[in-house]
Design a protein around this ligand. Sequence first.
Ligand code: FMN
Length: 461
Amino acid sequence: MTQPRSMMKIGINMVQNGGHSSGWRHLDADPDIANDFEGYARIIKMAEDAKIHFVFLADGAAVRIPHSNAEELSYHGHIDRFEPLTLLAALAAITSKIGLICTASTTYNEPYTLARKYASLDHISHGRAGWNLVTGWSEDESLNFNRDTLMEHAQRYARANEFVDVVTGLWDSFDDDAFIANKASGQYFRPEGMHVLNHQGEFYKVRGPLNLRRSPQGHPVIAQAGSSVPGRDLGARVADIIYTGQKDLQLAQEFFADMKARVAAAGRDPSQVLVMPGLMPIIGATEAEAQARMAELKSLVHPEVGMQLISKTFGDLSHLDPEDPVPLPLPESNGVKSARDQWERRLREKPMTVRQVYEEISLSSGHCVVCGTVETIADHMQRWFESGACDGWNLMAPYFPSGAEDFITKLIPELKRRGIFHREYEGETLRANLGLNPVPDLKNKSNDGRSKSDDRISMSN
Ligand SMILES: Cc1cc2nc3c(=O)[nH]c(=O)nc-3n(C[C@H](O)[C@H](O)[C@H](O)COP(=O)(O)O)c2cc1C
């Protein structure tokens, strides 16, 4: 197995209104922050001052809460959110070091469009862009994109595999130094420095080239967030960051080892792919205070909201009392298979009531919640990090802004004091700050099957 790294990587996961679906109801929460750029900006600047590696924006192009009418939906906090690439472009202008990663789905986009957008963000931010590649899980999204149902899991991943190859191929459209802008000769770029993709596959036909110079990172960082077998294989083949939901140390260690083995089997260096689970810290001055905060957060969940939230993984349980145990087996899922499988395994070992499950899911969308003092939370993070369970964390706040300010001003300094989190950004790009090798200049890259810098590729088709 790969050696644990000495410094953990940390991102801040900015779910609108916080990771807790009812967090906006908290006395300290700003319930209007989801559509407030200045509110986001203040938190991200604070995160940058604390040297957090990146901001991470999860996303979906729909209101993704199962509901049958507006009244039902109207109690949820996860409704309105910014289009994340637009938000990151604005944040790029007011920050200089922090990485800027957001989700975009391969199911509801065209590869040319996304290749162009992320390369543009990489230029605008001087090398800080990242793409969280997802295939989507929500029926609601499919209804906004000319479909009646969610595309089948296997097909979504087959398309995603081809999609990402087209995107990375397009990012290689021009050599890094292709644009010579020679005013004397009148030549704007070196023709041999241009590479036309001419991709024709099962799902996509894309000629190229991208109408943009190669971006500062060559390839923006790629994160991948599906943990099913096809998700893991895709991540192992193409991703720099694996974002995952893990709650149990042993399962997290198994996942970590499995991912690193898959990365090696894909012919890549396992140390170059960072496994970063989500984590929501609930911090108190004492353990008792932290537990009281957690109880308060749980009490904010309206039972109907909870029932709806769990229906995507557990099916319709509205006929049950919240104090009834969750019945097994869980229904098969065409959405987040990995989440369904983890829950099935957990509930077989330790049954939980419907209420316990929805309180947990509402709190953190199923991510690990660690409740305690700064010291005990830091202990947890350090233990996982040093025992081969992760390379770092995606930290979530239950609500904004103080939920995030709490971990930025209290927990991060403790991790620095312990010497397991950096005190300064190491480089200029997100790749450099994450300790990832730069993507080679195209001229030093040969036989990659897509970009041959010595070929003059036909523009005829
Ligand atoms: C930790 C985690 C974060 C995810 N974030 C998003 C997201 O922001 N948007 C989205 O549409 N899907 C998201 N997904 C869904 C996955 O990327 C994937 O498309 C879905 O989970 C189905 O794949 P799986 O069965 O391999 O997990 C996330 C999944 C996980 C496990």
